[in-house]
Design a protein around this ligand. Structure first.
Ligand SMILES: [Zn+2]
Length: 304
């Protein structure tokens, strides 16, 4: 970790141009908040905070109401892993698009683009492709003690359905927490879900070009055909080489979000792993994903 810190700060120490300028600009939480709050001027859009992260940053949720009341609601959840920049930017752009086209909506839309704001803010200060930049953070970026510098929880291993303790060491890159639902972010999301009837959750991550359905914690095949068909329909509608598969097909993910939404809360839940790259600033799949989401929430669908 000392080496990573040294190389991240080396150009600054030597007075060189910062090679991370472009990356730092992507991870601008204040600019993100400005874009979120710009939506509050639009009709039928409500922006509210689910609560705050450990570092005191708001978990901003955007609610967009359809012109006629609906019994159904969809949640679009940005990546729990801040390093996956475009898996947060895509839900934000979808929120901006749907907020400006709310007259077409048939269902309520809830969109939480940045689920891990402390990790996002960390990427601006130390924008390295290190596995711990998947996590939330127990300490601010000014904390340099190597033993605790990387302490934090992989939020996508902290959900409370077949949760497993991955390590006793909070610095472990895939640390799942002291117990299930231990983090301010997962606790705030659980409170929202308990108060809001949801029909479908789509969680964004990267990379993979896949649409993944539960289960993530086991290789036992999924038996809910509606879930499998929906994943296949989404992959086909996006096109661009996207494929549907069970979440555990590449590796097991105990404590992941879609298992909890589906297994614990009984809500249809899928994950889109966008792009082939971990960070894709071209957003080349955005238009295809927008077309699929628009079809899902603006036209009659058998899933509702
Ligand atoms: Zn991820």
């Amino acid at each position: 970790m000392r080496k990573i810190l040294f190389f991240a700060f080396l150009p600054t120490l030597l007075g060189w141009a910062d090679p991370y300028t472009h990356l730092r600009q992507l991870f601008d939480f204040e600019a993100y908040e400005k874009r979120i709050h710009a939506l509050t001027n639009l009709p039928a859009v409500r922006v509210f905070s689910l609560g705050t992260s450990r570092g005191g940053r708001n978990l901003w949720m955007i609610e967009i109401s359809p012109p006629t009341p609906s019994h159904h609601a969809i949640l679009l959840l940005g990546s729990a892993h801040p390093i996956e920049w475009h898996a947060q930017e895509i839900p934000l752009r979808l929120a901006e698009y749907l907020a400006h086209h709310r007259e077409k909506l048939r269902v309520f839309c809830y969109i939480l683009p940045i689920f891990n704001p402390d990790g996002f803010a960390y990427m601006r200060v130390i924008p390295v492709f290190y596995a711990s930049n998947r996590k939330n953070r127990y300490y601010p970026p000014t904390e340099k003690r190597p033993s605790i510098y990387t302490a934090g929880v992989d939020l996508n291993r902290n959900f409370g359905y077949h949760w497993q303790k991955t390590s006793h060491d909070p610095s472990y890159p895939y640390y799942s927490g002291e117990r299930p639902m231990s983090e301010p972010e997962t606790i705030a999301l659980e409170k929202f879900v308990s108060q809001t009837p949801l029909s479908l959750v789509i969680s964004f991550h990267s990379p993979g070009k896949t649409v993944q359905y539960p289960w993530g914690y086991t290789l036992t095949p999924q038996t809910n055909q509606k879930l499998i068909h929906l994943a296949k329909w989404m992959a086909k509608t996006i096109g661009n080489g996207y494929k549907a598969l069970q979440d555990s097909a590449n590796y097991l993910k105990p404590g992941c979000e879609i298992d909890w939404f589906y297994g614990e809360k009984g809500i249809l839940a899928l994950r889109i792993e966008v792009s082939k790259k971990l960070i894709d600033t071209s957003l080349e799949d955005y238009t295809a994903i927008q077309t699929m989401i628009e079809s899902l929430v603006c036209t009659p669908q058998p899933w509702w």
